[in-house]
Structure formats: structure tokens, C-alpha cells
Design a protein around this ligand. Structure first.
Ligand SMILES: Nc1nc2c([nH]c(=O)n2[C@H]2C[C@H](O)[C@@H](COP(=O)(O)OP(=O)(O)OP(=O)(O)O)O2)c(=O)[nH]1
Length: 144
């Protein structure tokens, strides 16, 4: 059996304390994901912690630094299942430095409302991300 690919993603919100908006990112590559929205992030590299990988990916992709908040629990240590080969852990995050820009892998960024109905769910996310977005909306409405 091949080990799962560990992916990390950030749910970047305007405020960890009282989130009202989420920063979604539209992928520009590879072709099967281009045009779909996702949580910025990427694969954890060998010898790297998940949190360090997320900070690295956010710096590379968006040119930002963040403070990580709590993890969006999936109920499994490996995180949210993306497909038969990969799972993604997702953390809430708040900007601490930089202005997000689509430097790498994305061609558009958009702040979407987490409080005004289903704006976030209206984006064409990568299909595997919809349960994650729904869980995030539930968490924001009813914080743990
Ligand atoms: N970053 C991210 N990847 C996601 C999400 N949903 C989802 O299915 N994926 C998939 C797409 C890819 O198969 C994989 C992550 O790969 P990636 O291309 O972002 O990773 P990376 O930046 O390290 O890229 P590379 O070194 O392989 O080129 O997870 C998501 O919300 N965010």
C-alpha cells in the first residue's frame, strides 16, 4: 500500500476571533484543477512539519505570513480525504504580514462572506473541498 500524500491548506479568515470572510484562491494549474477554487496550501515535504509546510506554501503562493489558529477538525488524523491518494489538514489562519497576491499556482483571489448565506458555496471549488467548506461554515456559525 502506498502512503497517503499529505496536503495542508489554510482557511484564511479576516479574524480568528470572529471570522466573517474567507480568502479563496482560484487555481491556474494543473489543467484538471485550473479554474477551480481551493484553500491555498500544498504538499508537505519530507522532513517538514505540517505547520511549517503551510507557512512555506503561503509565502510562496501568496507572499504572506499568517498566524495559525485552530485546525478544522475532520475526525481523522490525516485530515480531509481528497481522493484515493491524498488527504488535507486545514487550519484557520489570519494575516500578519503581506498583502495576498496570486504569485504562484493561482490567477485570482477572492474574499467571500462566511456569514451572509451561501456565497462561499457558490464558487466552483475543487469537488473534494465542498465538505470542508460546509464544515467551515458550520464551525463559524457555531464556534466550538
Ligand atoms: N492546496 C490545495 N490542494 C488541494 C485542495 N483540494 C484538493 O483536492 N487539493 C489537491 C490538489 C493536488 O492534487 C493536491 C495538492 O497539490 P498542490 O499542487 O497544491 O501541491 P504543491 O503546491 O506542493 O505542488 P507541487 O509541488 O506538487 O507542484 O491536493 C485545496 O483546497 N488546496
Amino acid at each position: 500500500m502506498t502512503a497517503l500524500i499529505n496536503v495542508v491548506g489554510a482557511a484564511i479568515v479576516d479574524s480568528l476571533e470572529a471570522p466573517t470572510r474567507l480568502l479563496a484562491a482560484r487555481r491556474s494549474a494543473p489543467p484538471q484543477f485550473a479554474g477551480m477554487w481551493e484553500f491555498p496550501g500544498g504538499k508537505v515535504e519530507a522532513g517538514e512539519t505540517a505547520e511549517a509546510a503551510l507557512h512555506r506554501e503561503l509565502a510562496e503562493e501568496l507572499g504572506i505570513e499568517v498566524q495559525l489558529g485552530r485546525e478544522l477538525e475532520s475526525g481523522r488524523p490525516e485530515g480531509w480525504v481528497l481522493n484515493e491518494r491524498a488527504a488535507m489538514r486545514v487550519w484557520f489562519a489570519e494575516l500578519t504580514a503581506g498583502e495576498p497576491a496570486p504569485l504562484e499556482d493561482h490567477d485570482e483571489l477572492q474574499w467571500v462572506s462566511l456569514t451572509g448565506g451561501d456565497e462561499a458555496l457558490g464558487l466552483p471549488w475543487i469537488p473534494a473541498d465542498f465538505p470542508i467548506v460546509r464544515a467551515l461554515l458550520d464551525r463559524v456559525v457555531a464556534p466550538a
